[in-house]
Write a protein that binds this ligand. Sequence first.
Ligand code: NAD
Length: 307
Amino acid sequence: MTKVLIATDKPFAPVAVKGIREVVENAGFELVLLEGYTSQDDFVKAVADVDAVIIRSDKADKTVIDAGNNLKIIVRAGAGYDNIDLSAATAKGVVAMNTPGQNSNAVAELALGMMVYCARGFFNGKSGMELKDKKLGIHAYGYVGKNVARIAKGFGMDVYAFDPFIPKEEIIRDGVKYVGTAEELYSTCNFISLHIPANSQTKQSINYSLLSLMPKPAILVNTARAEVINESDLVKMFEERKDFVYLSDVETTNKAELEEKFKGRFFFTPKKMGAQTEEANINAGIAAARQIVGFIKNGDKTFQVNK
Ligand SMILES: NC(=O)c1ccc[n+]([C@@H]2O[C@H](COP(=O)([O-])OP(=O)(O)OC[C@H]3O[C@@H](n4cnc5c(N)ncnc54)[C@H](O)[C@@H]3O)[C@@H](O)[C@H]2O)c1
């Protein structure tokens, strides 16, 4: 019988496991659970005779992948997949997948939540401002960016988006204003919300020359990745623009310096929590189970990341 292993050192919520079990057992497969394990060896042992694995932030390294004698597919329940050794998977003919989009509403709600928090002076008891009619620039119009646009329109914000890889028509169809360059986006909008991936093109790309284009007051929201920010330019922006505020779900490495010099002008969530909702966990876990069933029964490789 086809065996599907859930290997989670930080377990899914029980309701998510229940949903995964239903999908797996309805397909005629067997579900095996390895939850809250403390040694990587336990993962290596558990993978030996299973056909498929669902992980969260667990490390599917070469040792794990090579130990999977029958392993055909490994799915990261979530967006990022840098915890899977993709070349080891490819070398062994194992399909690796993520479950894109399943946590995007959660991340988008957090982005808007931080904007409200900032607009109301971090709830300091003084008069703040409203988001209605303010210009919001969405930097990258993927799963999260699209959800931010949808929610921001509900707030009555004037929404702009820049994404060189998304057709102009798609952006306009959503009632969002299309912008052809990052420079135009930054010079137009008081609020910028970052939704770019971290890659060789985007790392450190959010720099002073872009940020300084922003009109006053300038509010930068980062629920994407810390690496996309040029940290010394962020400091320069704080120094030169008293109106500048930074809101982030991903801490910079120079947090201590920011604390010391610019207290009250930035907000970091205590730990990365954009995707930390019960719904996102359930959605991602069940999507992972469905993708495994689709692949094993029908060869569906839609979300393969090691092509
Ligand atoms: N805070 C969290 O917990 C959390 C959770 C999920 C995702 N994320 C992060 O949010 C970001 C967006 O995630 P997503 O699920 O929307 O990803 P996605 O792949 O759906 O969207 C990314 C978008 O970026 C665009 N893009 C790529 N390179 C670009 C560039 N150079 N300039 C402009 N646009 C570019 C792509 O065309 C795509 O539309 C990622 O950085 C991801 O790591 C954070």
